[in-house]
Write a protein that binds this ligand. Structure first.
Ligand SMILES: Cc1cc2nc3c(=O)[nH]c(=O)nc-3n(C[C@H](O)[C@H](O)[C@H](O)COP(=O)(O)O)c2cc1C
Length: 181
């Protein structure tokens, strides 16, 4: 698909079939969010202010919570068990979060960027989350899938579900799946 076709086809979709996404599909979506495209420098699929890479990416699906490791382009389980209903509650009960086969969740460590740019670095982290989220949504379309950006959620509840450490803030939830025909 050309970029124009992908961009034209992208719409926020909030109903998906129950079918799980394959590991290959999921890794392509996560690679779009934060994958390393230039192993020599470690530069990634999204730009980053001063290449400070403040973002972390998780997947919440029927298996549990998985963390994406850009250096190996792989997923590592951090919490076992289906927490999609809990994530939906944290997102003010939005049913798409409960029913989507998977949600990508983007978090950020602002200090990675504020160490270099001071307070202005906080703004850069939000900008970068937008870059990563758009890549996720466009990659979903190019794979015949769909998604929706979710900004309405309780930050602390989401951080608790993911098991975020100190200084790691929840930024964006992106449920993805196969659109209902
Ligand atoms: C920052 C941001 C937060 C959003 N939060 C939500 C949300 O919490 N729930 C939801 O259903 N849609 C959410 N949306 C999706 C918008 O409703 C949607 O993008 C808008 O209606 C335009 O439709 P389109 O995406 O199909 O072009 C959000 C979009 C953005 C950019």
């Amino acid at each position: 698909m050309s970029f124009e076709d992908v961009a034209a086809k992208r719409r926020s979709v909030r109903e998906f079939s129950d079918e799980r996404l394959s590991e290959k599909e999921l890794l392509k979506i996560l690679f779009a969010a934060q994958g390393i495209t230039e192993p020599g420098t470690g530069h990634r699929s999204v730009p980053s202010a001063g290449a400070t890479y403040p973002l972390e990416v998780y997947l919440v699906n029927a298996d549990g919570v998985l963390h994406y490791d850009p250096s190996s382009n792989s997923l590592k389980e951090v919490v076992q068990g289906d927490l999609r209903a809990d994530l939906s509650e944290a997102a003010l009960g939005q049913s798409v979060v409960r029913n989507a086969p998977a949600s990508v969740v983007i978090t950020g460590f602002a200090t990675r960027t504020t160490q270099k740019y001071g307070e202005r670095g906080r703004r850069y982290v939000y900008m970068e989350a937008g870059h990563a989220a758009q890549n996720v949504l466009l990659q979903a379309v190019s794979l015949g899938l769909a998604g929706v950006p979710i900004g309405a959620f309780d930050d602390r509840e989401v951080e608790g579900i993911l098991g975020c450490g100190s200084g790691e803030k929840a930024l964006y939830i992106l449920p993805v799946g196969r659109p209902v025909q």
